[in-house]
Design a protein around this ligand. Sequence first.
Ligand code: VG1
Ligand code: CO
Length: 553
Amino acid sequence: MAIQNLPTNVFAGQRPGTSGLRKKVPVFMQPMYLENFVQALFDVLNGLAPDGQLGSALYGQTLVLGGDGRFHNRAAVQTILKLAAANGVQRVLLGQGGILSTPAVSAVIRQRQAFGGIVLSASHNPGGPDGDFGIKYNASNGGPANETLTEAVYARTQTVKRVLISDAPDLDIDTLGCFLLEQMQVEVIDSVADYAAVMRSLFDFDMLRGMFKQGFTMRVDAMNAVGGPYAKAILEGELGAPAGTVVNAVPLEDFGGLHPDPNPVNAEDLIAHMMAADAPDFGAAMDGDADRNMVLGRNFVVTPSDSLALMTAHAKLIPGYSTGLLGVARSMPTSAAVDRVAKVLGIDCFETPTGWKFFGNLLDAGRVTLCGEESYGTGSSHVREKDGLWAILFWLSLQGATGRSVESLVREHWQTYGRNYYSRHDYEAIPTVVADALMADLRAALPGLNGAQFGARTVTVADDFAYTDPVDGSVSAKQGVRIIFDDGARVIFRLSGTGTEGATLRIYLENYEAEVAQQDHPVQEALADLIALAEQVAGVRGRTGMAGPTVAT
Ligand code: VG1
Ligand code: CO
């Protein structure tokens, strides 16, 4: 065994987006593509001096490694281990079989005080040989690296000249225990244990066991992705939910052809079960890396923004949050439902750009306890990622503690706080030039939109969202075009930072309704005037030739 010093070539476009570097699998499989990126990451972590001299910050350190089990996961694990061994890492904690969900990586980093961790996932993007692959670095707080670090890594991918890698044979990654790779220790750990311990510390497992004993029924669709083993171990294993409660529970390299994005469009089978006459009490799904969640009651779908608001309102019922919340945060496009709850509770509510990395500082500084995004993501200070199974256990606990159904909890919430009708329209795979021109024109139109009148509504804010981090003062500009009206309605336009094909335009639509009698309209109908207005302002159909959104959730 020896450490090799191999020449690399520079690849364009290795810039991490909203959540790490995501590309089509064939891109990742190009010789030296992954190696180049990971070497750049290790060089930056080792500490690059301004003159380009390398430090040795990684020496003696522990890293966590695991992924969602998608195609290329196992090969990528072997490559990264060999790079780590050659770049001074002392120990890698590797999930068995290369498997760790995103929240589990975060939990392991924190529990074991690791230096950081690498997550192999393209999350909610499809997998398989023609699907997507991804890689993301999490820091010692367990959360996604901030933009300063990801930009430094990107810069390094453009200048790195060599890759340091061990030529050792592949390791057995399926057997628990410790192995040596060059000087580096590899400890293959149980993928679920550390994460399960965190869940036990937050929820009343005895009460939850009691619910299932009394016949509470539930269906969790793991979408053939990494959440399966976690949900099975905790819900069926520890809490006594009947076998078969968790379906599609074995992670498959191509997710069995499913698109592991838990929304009503992609989790079609779950929706059918929850709308059936014999629907279980509670339904839920998770995404590819198990950090997203969708929750449903019998015949009832919960909007993610509402989920965050309800969790905030009822948090004290959960043992882990019984003393109350320090504050809450939501991404800018997420509906303002949680803002109303925070106001009543007298706690701070922060509005951040899209992407979990922006919550890290607020959580670390003790400014917030719960966070959420409209894209089916909620989480708390227990880790530094959004967490699908945590959200499911939270909603399960809410039903146990109140003895009420999902639907009655949500309807009561609307009565108390009003309903924020909400929808996101995605226009996928638009040519990048068309999408960029559309956004540029929208930005140029902003001054004229301020104060403009649309029917009964007047525009009170028309801007491009910019965020100043209240903890470190860093500024993130151009985070989405907002049009906010005097009645609280909002239309927001932004381009996705996780796609791998052309550009995806997201249009976020929100309308507040205080009147209980007006709270039961179909969502697209309730938002029809805002949908028309968005089209009037942006001209999406004309520019893209698309008759409507590819996905509306
Ligand atoms: C999307 C969502 C965002 C989420 C991100 C990562 O980003 O909108 O809310 O944090 O995915 O989620 P974008 O830039 O495509 O809008 V995951 O579960 O794919 O890591
Ligand atoms: Co995800």
